[in-house]
Design a protein around this ligand. Structure first.
Ligand code: ZN
Length: 255
């Protein structure tokens, strides 16, 4: 059976639920912790970065809704900003967040970047509530979008948390499907400080690891564009990852 299909994703979610994990949005997790609920056993934060193909996000959101799951979907502006899709996903009960990449857009100038940030955040808030944000990794840019918060404070913009900065450092095991492997080896920036790597590659490996590890706090990032619904869709998505991975391997090797 092919990996990275919607069926395989459903299997992953069923595993989490079957193992007794409470699946949380980024916002819900941060609020729980803020309310002093530390070390709540078996929680899994479920995050989606909608880098491309918002229609795939909608399918994933619908599937999760059918399974009784709420997660967080981060949308880029303007690349995946599709108000109609965003509203539908929100109506399924999911959290909508802002996937910002303004420092890369501003070529590293924080004053220009923060203006972009305000404009884009406002445009998103015109259609729905935004409470948390998440940097886009911009793998081919030399700027790390999170560096904007060395100069400014996102709380001054009514933002409760940033998906890396507000969770990094806690005792959470972070896993991402970046580069079509769960091992994290292909992540240029998609790395959580303090979270060790897990030696899993395929989603089947991940499912087996979740079933046996008994880990208390999990944090999963799933890119909906990677999870195909048709065979043709799967082949195109696979080839895109092969091309991107070649570029990223060069970047990782240069570090
Ligand atoms: Zn992204």
């Amino acid at each position: 059976m092919r990996d990275f299909t919607l069926e395989k994703y459903q299997e992953l979610c069923e595993t989490l639920l079957g193992c007794g994990y409470a699946i949380l949005t980024v916002r819900d997790y941060l609020q729980q912790r803020e309310n002093g609920q530390e070390n709540v056993p078996k929680t899994a934060i479920l995050r989606h970065d909608v880098d491309r193909k918002p229609e795939n996000a909608l399918r994933m959101a619908r599937l999760e809704n059918e399974m009784g799951i709420c997660s967080t979907y981060y949308f880029r502006y303007p690349y995946t900003f599709k108000p109609e899709i965003i509203r539908k996903i929100r109506d399924f009960g999911h959290e909508i967040g802002y996937h910002y990449e303004v420092l890369a857009k501003a070529k590293g100038d924080p004053e220009i970047a923060i203006r972009f940030f305000e404009q884009e955040l406002k445009a998103m808030r015109d259609i729905c509530e935004i409470n948390t944000i998440c940097m886009h990794g911009s793998p081919l840019s030399s700027y790390d979008n999170r560096d904007l918060w060395k100069e400014y404070d996102f709380r001054n913009y009514g933002v409760e948390g940033e998906a890396y900065l507000s969770i990094g450092g806690r005792d959470v095991r972070y896993l991402t499907d970046t580069g079509r492997s769960w091992s994290g080896k292909r992540s240029v920036r998609d790395i959580m400080p303090g979270s060790g790597r897990v030696n899993v590659k395929t989603t089947d490996d991940l499912v087996a690891w979740i079933e046996s590890s008994g880990i208390e706090e999990l944090y999963l990032t799933v890119h909906p564009e990677r999870w195909a619904v048709s065979a043709g869709d799967w082949a195109i998505s696979y080839m895109k990852d092969v091309v991107m991975n070649t570029g990223k391997n060069i970047i990782v090797a240069m570090r």
